[in-house]
Structures are given as structure tokens and as C-alpha cells.
Ligand binder design. Structure first.
Ligand code: FDA
Length: 285
């Protein structure tokens, strides 16, 4: 069953690239950076992976045609490029995307998905980072027990990392389950990435983590151009703007496209207020 797009509107910019570009340009005009994400994940049909690769390449070209009105920054999921079908097929697709990204001076962030693909994503990242060090970055999830090692490795490689809590349901063997521990780990990784890493993205809507990051950089005289905050489209928009007005970098993750359901359901699971928001709009319509 295809669900109507208006359900997703709080979290998803639009269903097409044409309608998304003006949204990104508007954010940019208000001092916010953006990263555009064409939604879709975990595909099992090679034809869809090839189409996704072509769509990512067209997106890079479309952003370039905006003549500087839109940040040259996209986020992609390897499971959309065929990671679960055949890793070498996925790597070939990724090379094509990164070759275009390099040509158009665009940055491509590899989103991090479930633990079934963590090791594969890190190892593919290491391979392509060696070839496109200026054009590709990775995401690490603070809830994973392995992340301290990955943070150290990414600092060694001088690779750009987005740090988030982690959005997938994972077993206790692999991931911390309680919020105080996840926050504690997040703050340790934030400090390491800001002091030893390369321009990390501190991706969270959590005031405890945002305030601790501000306190850490201020008390260590770290300038605001050494990192950026990141938030998701449609979540805490006033706070996004307030952080920019305070003099920090803020990048908004702007998802779009018609394969929005898995992303949308993660946002609902994260916060019960999001469910109420969607229900309210269902009845108001
Ligand atoms: P969380 O939802 O845990 O909320 C913690 C606290 O923050 C709340 O108790 C409240 O105090 C405050 N808060 C949150 N939302 C609020 C609101 N709307 N209004 C008021 N207060 C609010 N995950 C992943 O696994 N792989 C990935 O690649 C990415 N990529 C990514 C990019 C970006 C830019 C972001 C911001 C996030 C991701 N994530 C992700 C998702 C991430 O892992 C996580 O699931 C969500 O960000 C939710 O965690 P938070 O820390 O943002 O706050």
C-alpha cells in the first residue's frame, strides 16, 4: 500500500528533487548548511541499485547547476547502491558517484545503517577514502560498543565523521541500550573527534549533548570552524536557527523522495510527540 506523502511532510522535504532544491536554497539563504538525502534503503534488486546510482549522480549535477545556492553536500546509503546484493557491485557504483562528486567538488556522506552492514560500510569507506579523501565521509553511532575503535581509526585517517546516537534497533551484545550510557559515550567521542579528528558533524537534537559540546569548545578555546552541528529537517527548526545565530555551523539533513516510509518510521519510533504530530495532522486534513 502506498501511503500519502502528506503524512511524511514534517520530516521529508518533498517527493521530488525539483521540489526539494528550493527548500535547500531557502535554508542556505538563512545561514544553514544542508546535506540532501534521496531516500531509499536495503534494496535487493540490482536494477534499483543502478537507478539509485544514476539518481545520486544527477543530484550532484543538479546541485552544481544551482550556482552556489545549494551546498555541494549529499548523504547516501550504501544499502541503496547494492551493498546487500554484492559488495563489489556496490563499490563499483560508489566509485561512479564519487568520481562525479570529485568532478563537481561535492562532499558525499555515507550514512550508517544497521549492524548487519556496519563492518562492510567501514571497510568500503576506508577503501574509497584513500582515493577520494576530500569527497567522502562516514557516520559513526555512539550506541555501538565498537565505536571508540572506529573513532580512533577515523582520526588516524583524518577522515570526516558525523557522530550520531544511532537509530536502529540493535541487540545489547552490540549496542548500549540506555540513554545515560549512550550520552556518556557520545560525549567522549565528541571530545575525541573535535580535538583529534577532522571537522566532525555533531548530529543531535539533544540539548544535553549540544550544551556540553558548546561548553567543551568554549572552555578549550576551540574555534567554531573546527566542527559543525547537524540536525534533521523539520526537527527543532527554531533551535537550528538559534544555533546559527549564536555563531556555530549548523547543517540540516534534508531527506526527499517517495521511498520515505522507513526513515519516517524511525522518526516516529524515536519520539512519541512525533506520533501525536502526525495523528493531529491526519485529523485536521
Ligand atoms: P533524541 O531523539 O534521543 O532526543 C533526546 C532529547 O533531545 C529529548 O529527550 C529532548 O530533550 C531533546 N529533543 C529531541 N527532539 C526534540 C524536539 N523535537 N523538541 C524538543 N526537544 C527535543 N542515525 C543513524 O543510525 N545513522 C545515520 O546515518 C544517521 N544520520 C543522522 C544525521 C543527522 C543530521 C541527525 C541529526 C541524526 C542522524 N541519525 C542517524 C539519527 C540519530 O542516530 C538519532 O536516532 C536521532 O538524531 C535522535 O537522537 P537525538 O540525539 O537527536 O535526540
Amino acid at each position: 500500500m502506498k501511503l500519502p506523502f502528506f503524512l511524511a511532510k514534517k520530516f521529508v522535504a518533498a517527493d521530488t528533487v525539483e521540489k526539494t532544491l528550493p527548500v535547500a536554497a531557502d535554508l542556505r539563504s538563512r545561514g544553514l548548511f544542508t546535506t540532501l538525502d534521496l531516500l531509499g534503503e536495503y534494496i535487493s534488486d540490482p536494477k534499483l541499485a543502478t537507478e539509485a546510482k544514476e539518481s545520486y549522480i544527477s543530484l550532484v549535477q543538479a546541485i552544481d547547476s544551482s550556482s552556489g545556492k545549494i551546498d555541494k553536500n549529499i548523504s547516501i546509503k550504501l544499502s541503496m547502491l547494492g551493498q546487500k546484493i554484492d559488495e563489489s557491485f556496490c563499490i563499483d557504483n560508489l566509485h561512479e558517484v564519487l568520481t562525479t562528486a570529485k568532478e563537481f567538488n561535492t562532499f558525499v556522506r555515507l550514512d550508517m545503517e544497521g549492524t548487519d552492514v556496519t563492518e562492510s560500510t567501514v571497510s568500503i569507506f576506508e577503501k574509497v577514502h584513500a582515493l577520494y579523501p576530500e569527497n567522502v565521509g562516514i557516520v559513526l553511532q555512539a550506541y555501538l560498543k565498537r565505536t571508540a575503535d572506529d573513532v580512533a581509526r577515523m582520526c588516524e585517517l583524518n577522515a570526516r565523521v558525523r557522530l550520531c546516537k544511532g537509530a536502529y534497533k540493535e541487540p545489547a551484545k552490540l549496542a548500549y541500550q540506555d540513554m545515560p550510557t549512550i550520552r556518556e559515550r557520545y560525549l567522549e567521542h565528541m571530545e575525541t573527534l573535535i580535538t583529534k579528528g577532522r571537522y566532525p558533524g555533531i548530529a543531535t537534537h539533544d540539548d544535553i549533548l549540544i550544551d556540553a559540546t558548546k561548553t567543551f569548545v568554549r572552555s578549550n578555546n576551540i574555534s567554531t570552524d573546527k566542527f559543525e552541528f547537524q540536525m534533521l529537517f523539520g526537527i527543532r527548526t527554531d533551535t537550528q536557527q538559534a544555533i546559527v545565530d549564536e555563531g556555530f555551523g549548523m547543517r540540516v539533513y534534508v531527506p526527499f523522495g517517495d521511498m520515505w516510509y522507513p526513515y519516517f518510521s524511525r522518526r516516529l519510533r524515536e519520539r512519541k510527540e512525533n506520533v501525536w504530530f502526525v495523528l493531529k495532522h491526519l485529523f485536521v486534513k
